[in-house]
Design a protein around this ligand. Structure first.
Ligand SMILES: [Zn+2]
Length: 106
């Protein structure tokens, strides 16, 4: 496995930053950034920035969704939420505790 990937951002090579400038005088180019391979998995192994990732995801969203289409909603069983009133000398506030009902997990 190589130690880097080329950024998969469709327009990475069009961003005007000095670190992308390569080539000899008279034939300079803006080049796609190299992305160092990290130990963990995830999109940071394939994209140099969030904007390159977002552009890729927006460009190829139909193909990405086709990998694992969601045709119906998912649900997580919970216990009835408990609303608790809190107060201090300055104001009152409410907190609602939501707990997963482990007995109804499938
Ligand atoms: Zn990039």
């Amino acid at each position: 496995m190589s130690e880097f990937n080329w950024c998969h951002g469709p327009s990475c090579h069009k961003s005007h930053t000095v670190d992308r400038v390569r080539g000899v005088k008279g034939s300079k180019v803006l080049r796609t950034r190299k992305v160092k391979y990290w130990a963990g998995s995830g999109f940071y192994n394939y994209f140099c920035s969030n904007s390159c990732y977002n552009e890729f995801a927006n460009t190829y969203v139909e193909q990405i969704i086709a990998i694992a289409p969601r045709t119906e909603c998912l649900e997580t069983p919970i216990e009835d939420p408990k609303r608790t009133k809190h107060s201090n000398p300055y104001h009152n506030w409410y907190e609602t505790e939501i707990k997963v009902d482990e007995s109804r997990q499938s």
